[in-house]
Design a protein around this ligand. Structure first.
Ligand SMILES: Nc1ncnc2c1ncn2[C@@H]1O[C@H](COP(=O)(O)OP(=O)(O)OP(=O)(O)O)[C@@H](O)[C@H]1O
Length: 305
């Protein structure tokens, strides 16, 4: 496996996956360079876990290709997987073990296991080494899973919905700090979430996935810069959302409406003027608003089409 000079840590091209009649992934294209925190955002059932399972070689691509850290996770599992730290959505850990036993067991698999780091993380996460895994809360299981995924200093950390079960303080402070530290060390984090504010807080780049398709992908600041949230005021009350081509969503009532628009606002301003309206506020939308707008417009288009 040649990984020297490979900067694409994750390279997915034309990846589709069917389960029976349902299309879980539909022509997914994704490139994640080294050293980034990459957030995969989508609603429940959008295809996030299915995509992650392909990155880990748990699914073989039916259509398209998947390369991770320069190798094929299905045909080169040892080379690829030994460099990936993974926290699954359901935190499947052996219930019968104590925390210390699990960490010792994992240590045997990874030559790069860092005992001091494992101890430090265990302390930071306030985990009793003697506790049995079956006695742990969901949040504590997530913390143990994170220690296991981090302590061998993986080149790529993959987290499937890492916040599930974590209380807000752990989520906000510890998780975010870990993620940042890894990226600062030149390693890569790929995490999925349906919590857009969390993604917005920690990710450098994001991909929005909806019903198996990547609908938007790129550096977070570029995505945010390329969208505008406009507040429009009309002379007359509008009985229904004003039809403004080029806006992705329209919300509001009466004379005041909010629209999210990808791209230049001049065309929107002209159309609004034609309806007796004007832009009274022009702001950068949140990722949440961009997501709702993108997904909403796609669904609207597919219903109409
Ligand atoms: N093993 C499977 N057999 C049949 N259908 C599946 C299987 N795994 C996933 N799916 C379907 O594929 C689609 C994508 O599921 P996936 O678990 O990847 O979504 P997700 O974005 O991770 O959602 P969640 O946040 O709820 O975990 C869903 O419609 C799901 O029902």
């Amino acid at each position: 496996m040649t990984t020297e000079g490979v900067d694409g840590v994750i390279e997915v091209s034309g990846l589709s996956r069917r389960f029976g009649r349902s299309l879980a992934l539909d022509g997914v294209q994704l490139d994640v360079p080294r050293g980034l925190v990459f957030g995969l955002v989508g609603e429940n059932g959008a295809g996030k876990t299915t995509l992650i399972k392909h990155l880990l070689g748990l699914y073989r691509a039916q259509t398209g290709t998947v390369r991770v850290l320069g190798g094929d996770p299905v045909t080169q599992p040892v080379e690829v997987l030994s460099r990936i730290g993974y926290l699954s959505e359901d935190r499947d850990l052996p219930d019968w073990m104590r925390i210390s036993e699990l960490l010792n067991y994992l240590r045997a698999f990874y030559p790069t296991w860092d005992v001091a780091l494992a101890d430090r993380l265990r302390n930071d996460f306030d985990l009793d080494p003697q506790a049995r895994i079956k006695s742990l809360s969901q949040g504590q299981r997530a913390r143990v899973g994170l220690v296991g995924a981090l302590a061998f200093r993986p080149d790529l950390l993959v987290l499937d919905e890492p916040s599930t079960g974590l209380d807000p303080i752990v989520r906000r402070d510890i998780l975010a700090a870990i993620i940042r530290t890894i990226a600062e060390e030149g390693r890569t984090v790929f995490f999925s979430s349906h919590l857009l504010d969390e993604v917005e807080r920690v990710a450098d780049s994001v991909a929005l996935i909806d019903r198996g398709r990547i609908v938007l992908s790129g550096p977070l600041d570029e995505i945010k810069r390329s969208h505008r949230r406009l507040t429009l005021r009309f002379d007359e009350s509008q009985p229904q959302p004003p039809a403004l081509a080029g806006t992705v969503v329209c919300d509001g009532f009466g004379r005041d409406w909010t629209a999210v628009c990808p791209g230049p606002i001049e065309a929107v301003a002209m159309q609004a003027a034609g309806l007796g309206g004007r832009i009274v506020e022009d702001q950068t939308p949140s990722l949440d608003e961009i997501f709702v707008a993108q997904v909403g417009s796609r669904r609207h288009a597919s219903v109409e089409g």
